[in-house]
Design a protein around this ligand. Structure first.
Ligand SMILES: Nc1nc2c(ncn2[C@@H]2O[C@H](COP(=O)(O)OP(=O)(O)OP(=O)(O)O)[C@@H](O)[C@H]2O)c(=O)[nH]1
Length: 301
């Protein structure tokens, strides 16, 4: 194979919350880089995974869900998504086979039609419904917009995932690999650590605290070589909520819930980093941080 036939570039996935974007990306990249959940709206930051084969390299950017904006945060998220659209070579628009095409999908269809990149409509979760239903859904999806391709897949049952990769790769420009082999994600470590803490804090209380939590990693301290008896990485993190009542929810009765959050987050972080971690977690109320541009900036949005 000559160098000129090698293709490389970027892809992102959009779709309503809970349509299976994270699961699909994990199926494509083969490692858990995005944080999965059975509840909507857990993915907020772009997380990249890199799929490398002999003839191509596909860099997958997991975008936050597109939302019809209600708050400033909602608008920022959408700006982020549009920014992502302008940086990728192909967009995958996910529509789950087990749900009818609805107004939310029509809204996203209009948004993606403005992007310069070709859009591949991906019918996800085909394992969840009958063949007839898949066929019906494919028809509805084909009438929704002008797609470069339509591919039905199941991430969980590994149906047509390879075909989807072929289709996505077809839309990439010719070029050499962008990342060295074996490098799966270029998300900075502290961002992934913050996501694990946020995920642990949201566990079981998502309905009460949908978008109201932000986590900032203040320090990751290596043990002092002279003093330390154990090789433990010390992580100081600040968890922001919007109201005192939310702080109460996170902390729980007598601090019991916060303890659990800390323990669960630490477990995930230790798995991620492959080493022992001491997690120092504090909660602060930052009033209406979602609506305050200054605070949003400070929290990394
Ligand atoms: N049956 C079936 N379920 C799936 C499939 N892919 C994802 N799911 C389920 O759908 C739910 C949502 O999947 P996610 O991957 O978290 O969805 P998402 O679009 O990333 O969600 P947000 O982060 O909220 O935007 C989870 O419960 C998954 O297990 C699939 O191929 N088949």
């Amino acid at each position: 194979m000559t160098e000129s036939q090698h293709r490389s570039g970027f892809a992102c996935f959009v779709g309503r919350p809970n349509v299976g974007k994270s699961t699909l990306m994990n199926a494509l990249v083969g490692e858990k880089v995005a944080i999965m959940s059975s509840r909507p709206q857990t993915t907020r930051r772009a997380i990249r995974g890199v799929l490398t084969r002999d003839d191509a390299q596909l860099v997958v950017v997991d975008t936050p869900g597109l939302h019809r904006p209600r708050t400033l945060l909602g608008e920022r998220l959408n700006d982020l998504v549009r920014e992502t659209f302008s940086e990728v070579d192909v967009i995958g628009f996910c529509l789950p086979a087990d749900q009818k095409v609805g107004p939310g999908d029509q809204w996203i269809a209009r948004e993606v039609s403005e992007a310069r990149a070709p859009v591949v409509a991906i019918v996800t979760k085909v394992d969840a419904v009958s063949r007839e239903k898949v066929a019906e859904h494919l028809l509805a999806v084909s009438q929704l917009g002008d797609w470069a391709d339509i591919v039905p897949v199941s991430s969980i049952k590994d149906i047509q995932i390879d075909t989807l990769v072929d289709v996505l790769v077809k839309h990439l420009p010719e070029g050499p690999p962008l990342y060295p082999d074996g490098e799966v994600t270029d998300e900075p470590e502290d961002v992934r650590v913050a996501e694990l803490i946020r995920e642990a804090a949201l566990e079981g209380v998502r309905d009460e605290l949908p978008h109201s939590i932000a986590v900032v990693i203040e320090e990751m301290l290596e043990p002092d070589a002279e003093m330390a008896t154990r090789d433990v990485l010390e992580i100081r993190a600040q968890l922001y909520v919007e109201r005192d009542s939310q702080k109460g929810i996170i902390i729980g009765r007598g601090g019991s819930r916060l303890k659990e959050v800390g323990a669960q987050a630490r477990e995930g972080i230790e798995r991620l980093l492959g080493r022992r971690v001491y997690l120092d977690l504090h909660i602060k109320v930052a009033k209406d941080w979602q609506r305050d541009p200054k605070q949003l900036g400070r929290l990394g949005f």
